[in-house]
Design a protein around this ligand. Structure first.
Ligand code: RIB
Ligand code: CA
Length: 313
């Protein structure tokens, strides 16, 4: 029985690859829907991009809902410097033909989880956690029903990418991340500590480009665009591929190194707002609320990701 997932996302080129990987894995994953959130770019763009991506995968049947257009407390901070003005710069993708769903993404999350069996649904979050946090605040009774929240976000040993202390997704809405981490829902976190081990070097990117299908061409164009910022910033031989690590955890958990620890959000300090404070050595008695992904076998990750992309149109 494929695992039922809802993808909450701020596409974003790396979000797009994660969504494509999920849709290329029907034996393991049933993608119920995509819910968009403001993050990399404003909600209007992420909501167009979410629909472009499901249609690129040949899945116009996947409903796309628009969620929150700003964080719970602070003003929205975006990342056009990485993802371009549209958030999906790189490939020329046709405008979406499917409409956005009429229901607000937060209400969709509440209604769908409320109506689900306990443990039936897994939430995969690829952007700021605003939608999921708002759903948990609006309907706390849904928390025990959620099987797992697998989130790309946070950083500890690898430090921050948007401030010296904070990773982008948890920085844009640290209050939302705090609500999720304190919710009691089992959380698996794919922080920069693991995504910075999944570098898309030239050989790996060329293998994706050589697939020759629509998806491979689009992914190569997407990553060829978004990698520029990271290659210049870090000077590595490839740019980190963040969001697909969330889907890879569900597909191939055996390729990851992980530990159950406490992770607590910093939400008040102006200096370290958005930091995920990871108690890696269990020096406190704080609850072990997070499965923290620390490393992965990047060769297997790219080998398997590329093979799945090959199965798409
Ligand atoms: O810090 C990386 C995260 O921020 C990724 O999810 C990327 O898409 C951006 O949202
Ligand atoms: Ca993202």
């Amino acid at each position: 029985m494929p695992r039922k997932i809802i993808i909450d996302t701020d596409p974003g080129q790396d979000d797009a690859v994660a969504i494509l990987l999920a849709l290329a894995s029907p034996a393991e994953l049933e993608v119920l829907s995509v819910v968009t959130v403001a993050g990399n770019v404003p909600l209007a763009h992420t909501s167009v991009n979410g629909r472009k991506i499901v249609e690129l995968a040949g899945r116009p049947d996947i409903p796309v809902y628009a969620g929150c257009e700003r964080p719970m407390r602070r003003h929205l901070i975006t990342a056009e410097h990485v993802h371009g003005k549209t958030g999906l710069d790189g490939p020329e993708l046709p405008e979406p033909t499917i409409p956005l769903q009429a229901q607000h993404g937060v209400d969709y999350l509440v209604d769908t989880i409320r109506a689900s069996e306990p443990g039936e649904i897994t939430l995969c979050t690829l952007g700021p956690l605003t939608n999921v946090a708002m759903a948990l605040i609006k309907a706390p009774e849904i928390a025990p029903k959620i099987r797992e929240i697998v989130m790309m976000g946070g950083a500890y040993f690898e430090v921050g990418n948007i401030t010296p202390a904070a990773e982008f997704n948890t920085y844009v809405d640290a209050e939302a991340a705090d609500v999720v981490l304190r919710s009691g829902v089992p959380v698996t976190m794919a922080p920069l500590d693991v995504t910075h081990r999944a570098l898309c070097n030239d050989i790996r990117l060329e293998r994706i480009r050589a697939l020759g299908n629509k998806a491979g061409n689009a992914v190569a164009a997407m990553l060829g665009f978004s990698e520029r910022f990271d290659l210049k910033k870090y000077g590595w031989d490839g740019a980190p591929l963040h969001d697909p690590c969330v889907i890879a955890w569900l597909l191939w958990p055996e390729i990851f190194v992980h530990r159950k620890i406490n992770v607590t959000m910093e939400i008040s300090s102006p200096l370290t707002y958005g930091m995920t404070v990871a108690d890696w050595w269990h020096v406190t008695d704080r609850p072990h609320n997070v499965t923290f992904l620390r490393d992965l076998d990047s060769d297997l990750f790219y080998e398997r990701l590329t093979a799945r992309l090959a199965t798409l149109p």
